[in-house]
Design a protein around this ligand. Structure first.
Ligand code: GLY
Ligand code: MN
Ligand code: MN
Length: 353
């Protein structure tokens, strides 16, 4: 089954006769259109892509399964004309703004509107071969950038300079951009799980956490490495080894048939047993694809079972306020028997002057 057929089957299972797609990555996944500003309208018979003058030719080339309809900047009037027969209309309730929701109500006065935010992302979770190849390349670009930038890091550089070097190196290697706002956090800032790169200069005696990734042909990678600057104390080594052990155990637990909750528990137990449980306050991982964060997740609530073809991060961390923190993050591909680790950058404790 192709993507549109799987979408229609899913819509049938959910009991809806039409679905409106506004989220760009969902639109791209179903139609192939990379231009961003399009609305899709899918029913059992119709597959329509609404876009404006700027994108018509591109849409015709990229979305051959869709009927391309030209609209003004506001797609909702055209939607209302097209969707007069629909009775139960699904939409992305986590993406539609209040103003657009009001327009949907006005456009489909006859229909019941149902927020089904995960419908397309559910389909996106299992990647096909072409997607896996793009993800492999996105991961490789980030791995190579780490190998290259780590050689140039110098005491006294700012976190922003390191983030820029990573981005520049990845763009030179074919990335269309960074996959999110990079985290480069040193010293006590490494205890901030999402500490964006700042003007702070890196110094001896500190952890340096770098969390970054590339977008390659629309697909996102995500890697974190933490290195030590200068001579570590025993506690630096200990915390690092606990995170590494948890990360390795998490990877070993990834397999089809396991839930995200079960995998999270395996890694979390190692950190809790070592006495650092209160300092690991986020989930173990998330899927990646056309979006940097997508489902399913590895966390304490995730009930969805892993399947071959899912691509997911494993990223435990320990963050001790006013001291520092460590996170190690790889991307893995769920296989028939377990998983393949796509990230190749070394993750043994590295310390350097
Ligand atoms: N870049 C944030 C994360 O690793 O999920
Ligand atoms: Mn990350
Ligand atoms: Mn991540």
């Amino acid at each position: 089954m192709n993507r549109l057929e799987r979408m229609r089957q899913k819509m049938h299972e959910e009991g809806i006769d039409a679905y409106v797609v506004l989220r760009p990555e969902n639109g791209r996944y179903l139609s192939g259109f990379t231009g961003g500003e399009a609305t899709l309208y899918v029913t059992a018979e119709k597959a329509i892509l609404l876009t404006d003058f700027r994108y018509i030719e591109q849409a015709k080339g990229e979305a051959p399964e869709f009927e391309i309809v030209k609209t003004g900047q506001d797609h909702f009037e055209a939607l209302a004309e097209i969707g007069q027969q629909a009775q139960r209309v699904g939409f992305e309730g986590d993406f539609v703004t209040f103003l657009n929701y009001e327009k949907l109500i006005k456009g489909f006065p006859q229909a019941e509107l149902l927020s089904l935010p995960d419908l397309v992302s559910y389909l996106r979770a299992v990647k096909d071969q072409t997607e896996i190849e793009k993800l492999r390349q996105a991961v490789k670009i980030a791995d190579d950038a780490f190998a290259s930038v780590i050689k140039t890091i110098e005491i006294g550089q700012t976190e922003v300079e390191i983030a820029l070097d990573l981005e520049y190196t990845m763009r030179r290697a074919g990335a269309s951009g960074g996959s999110f706002d990079f985290i480069v956090a040193s010293g006590v800032r490494s205890a901030l799980p999402h500490g964006s790169a700042s003007s702070k200069k890196i110094q001896l005696g500190e952890f340096l956490t770098m969390d970054f990734g590339a977008i390659y042909e629309g697909y996102c990678s995500d890697i974190t490495r933490t290195v030590f600057l200068g001579e570590p104390e025993e506690k630096h080594q200990e915390v690092y080894q606990v995170v590494l052990a948890a990360q390795r155990a998490g990877i070993a637990a990834v397999a089809p048939g396991r839930t995200g909750k079960e995998v999270d528990a395996v890694a979390r137990k190692i950190i809790v047993d070592a006495g650092y449980g209160e300092y690991f306050g986020h989930g173990l991982g998330h899927s990646v694809g056309l979006a940097i964060h997508e489902g399913p997740n590895l966390n304490m609530r995730e009930e969805r079972v892993l399947e071959p073809g899912m691509v997911i991060t494993v990223e435990p961390g320990i963050y001790i306020p006013d001291w520092g923190g460590v996170r190690i993050e790889d991307i893995v591909l769920v296989t028939e028997n377990g998983c393949e680790v796509l990230t190749q950058a070394p993750k043994e404790f590295i310390s350097f002057e």
